[in-house]
Design a protein around this ligand. Structure first.
Ligand code: BF8
Length: 626
């Protein structure tokens, strides 16, 4: 069937457009085709006013006020929308936090002598331990590590009402006070998620405000708990990122080599595969099959994890995962958890690519299952690489076309790397903010969404912000978009306003900084918190804004919520399913300001959104007297 859209309508990226055309020629269905097939999408779902939480439903509320205004149990639109939103937050917080748990377990297994995950960054371990109030003087690294693991396990399991220890140790007193007053301080990462499921069960909590407050509590348990734990433990095990150079876009695939794409989120596996692919025996084995070597590249957040720490090139962000296979040059796409389209298996059937699922909690019908267990990590990683090599002779030459497009990108901007760059303290950055060379900071996160032109919002909003001397930091698929577009090059600062440009030039950095994967949004929180402390104010007083410009996942909903609950005015580039309740909209966009010092605003046009963000930054500067 002829499409009624063109690749240029769907992405600003030339490699993506080229591969959409190839997919069409090869008879391969992609995410954009399926979105088209779904039209028109359910209006009740878009407004958030359908409820499937019990078997007397499904119920829906008539948004025009003519039909039913209550579900069978009597739930109103306000209750239903708030319940649905809380469940989205719960799912997002669960995904991040379970990821965090897996990393803690890997470290625990190592300390128990059951897995090979030696501690790479002892300094980071000591820094984290000190922050948590753990004694470090004259103690063995392993003993300190055990205590840190126990604190993390405690945050997943403790049953008292106190704030989780990671949040308690990392957040400023001012911010904690806000949370305590609002009754949203997370007590246990898992409990807050479970409590959302309890409250949203039929017949429990029906008050939009208290449902959203619990959503906030779970989201804070993610940002200042699960995600923060993921970041900190990954840095300890695999090394804290340092500034380094890599490449991005589909052009990083190599026609002459065995291409392995690592896709998903958890570096516990991908780190091992990067190691295995450097094994001389396996490289020789690849050569014996006619390849020149092994080319490991990333996709989505796992890709960002290994880019940040190992400078491994990244092939693409969320909307490019199917297209990597469409190149016909991928021997294996290795997937773990989150943001992995089940359609990959169907796309792979048109080529020779093997989809290898690895997580015991994520099985893909039609994929090869090589499940990953920490205690046999090295062995399994080698088996996966070997499976990819064995597939190289099956490549069909006529089907191979790798786009030329790729860009060099500087990454690795952990908080530690930024501190190092600035000579040990944030003072130079804070001075630049005070003097007005940098007007403010925007933290951008997340996703692609096929309803939004791929990468358009990401790139446009950055251009608008930097032009107005706003330094941009960010993570996730936003970071990959910037990397692909050349934004992560120091010379891109030529597009910035005079003030920001001068700062970038003196430090030789790009005007937008890659802080990592989505769990690494915690790095942005830590940075914001440090600046607030240094200036003696709360995060909500800073000239700081947040944005999810192309939001798609429930994780992005959780991230947005903990940004807001951390005191940050946060933009959403797509409307979440809440418009069916005026009350919920008013809580999230207005009332939240009074309670947590931040709120959401929705603006699909990135130019207009940037304008709102800049105005907000200027207001905050004025209030601070800078
Ligand atoms: O955690 S940015 S589409 S890949 S959710 Fe997913 Fe969104 Fe991409 Fe990573 Ni984050």
């Amino acid at each position: 069937m002829a499409k009624n859209w063109k690749p240029e309508d769907k992405s600003i990226d030339l490699a993506t457009q080229e591969m959409i055309r190839k997919a069409e020629n090869d008879g391969v269905e992609t995410v954009w085709d399926r979105l088209e097939e779904q039209q028109p999408q359910c209006g009740y779902g878009q407004l958030g006013i359908c409820c499937r939480n019990c078997l007397s439903g499904p119920c829906r509320i008539d948004p025009f006020g003519e039909g039913p205004q209550k579900g069978v149990c009597g739930a109103t639109a306000d209750t239903i929308v708030a319940r649905n939103l809380a469940r989205m937050i719960a799912a997002g917080a669960a995904a991040h936090s379970d990821h965090g748990r897996h990393v803690v377990i890997a470290m625990h297994e190592y300390l128990e002598g059951k897995a090979n995950y030696p501690i790479k960054d002892e300094k980071k371990l000591i820094d984290v331990a000190k922050k948590l109030g753990i004694e470090v003087e004259n103690r063995k690294i392993e003993d300190i590590a055990k205590d840190v693991v126990n604190v993390a396990f405690g945050d997943f399991s403790k049953q008292d009402e106190s704030l989780i220890r990671f949040a308690d140790s990392y957040a400023s007193e001012k911010r904690k006070e806000v949370w305590k007053k609002a009754g949203v301080a997370p007590r246990n990462i898992d409990r807050e998620i479970v409590e959302i499921m309890h409250r949203t069960h039929i017949g429990v909590d029906h008050e939009p405000l208290s449902l959203i407050a619990q959503g906030i509590r779970a989201a804070l348990g993610d940002g200042w708990g699960g995600s923060l734990i993921a970041t900190e433990f990954q840095d300890i095990l695999f090394g804290t990122p340092r500034i380094g150079k890599s490449e991005a876009n589909l052009g990083v695939l190599d026609e002459k080599k065995v291409n392995i794409v690592l896709h998903g989120h958890e570096p516990v596996l991908s780190e091992k595969i990067v190691d295995a692919a450097m094994d001389p025996e396996l490289i020789e084995y690849a050569k014996s099959k006619g390849a020149e070597g092994i080319n490991v590249v990333g996709m989505c957040c796992t890709g960002l994890e290994i880019l940040m720490r190992r400078n491994v090139p990244i092939a693409g962000n969320w909307l490019q995962q199917e297209l990597a296979i469409v190149t016909g040059a991928v021997e294996a796409m290795v997937v773990d958890v989150q943001c992995i389209m089940p359609s990959l298996v169907d796309v792979a059937r048109c080529y020779h690519t093997k989809i290898i699922d690895t997580s015991p909690i994520a099985t893909f019908p039609g994929a090869i299952h090589i499940k990953f267990y920490e205690d046999r990590a090295d062995e399994i990683a080698k088996e996966i690489v070997k499976t990819a090599i064995d597939n190289f002779p099956n490549r069909v030459k006529e089907k191979v076309r790798i786009p030329k497009h790729k860009s060099v990108a500087i990454g690795g901007f952990s908080v530690e790397a930024i501190l190092e760059l600035l000579g040990g303290s944030l003072a130079p950055l804070e001075e630049a903010i005070k003097s007005g060379k940098i007007r403010g900071v925007a933290g951008i996160v997340g996703c692609n969404n096929p309803k939004i032109k791929h990468n358009y919002n990401h790139v446009t909003i950055v251009n608008e912000l930097i032009k107005n001397d706003v330094l941009v930091i960010g993570t996730g698929c936003w970071a990959t978009a910037c990397a692909e577009y050349g934004i992560f090059l120091p010379e891109y600062a030529e597009n910035a306003g005079e003030g920001l440009k001068s700062v970038c030039k003196s430090l030789n950095i790009p005007p937008a900084l890659n802080m990592g994967s989505c769990v690494d949004c915690s790095r942005m929180l830590v940075l914001a918190d440090m600046i607030a402390r240094d200036l003696g104010v709360d995060i909500s007083d800073l000239p700081l804004v947040g944005s999810a410009t192309e939001p798609m996942t429930e994780k992005a909903v959780s991230i947005g919520t903990y940004f807001v609950a951390s005191g940050i005015y946060t933009h959403l580039g797509a409307v979440p399913p809440i418009l069916g309740s005026k009350e919920v909209v008013s809580i999230l966009t207005e009332k939240a300001f009074d309670v947590v010092g931040g709120a959401f605003f929705v603006e699909p046009d990135p130019v207009k959104a940037a304008k709102v963000m800049i105005e907000y930054i200027e207001e905050k500067r004025k209030a601070l007297g800078i």
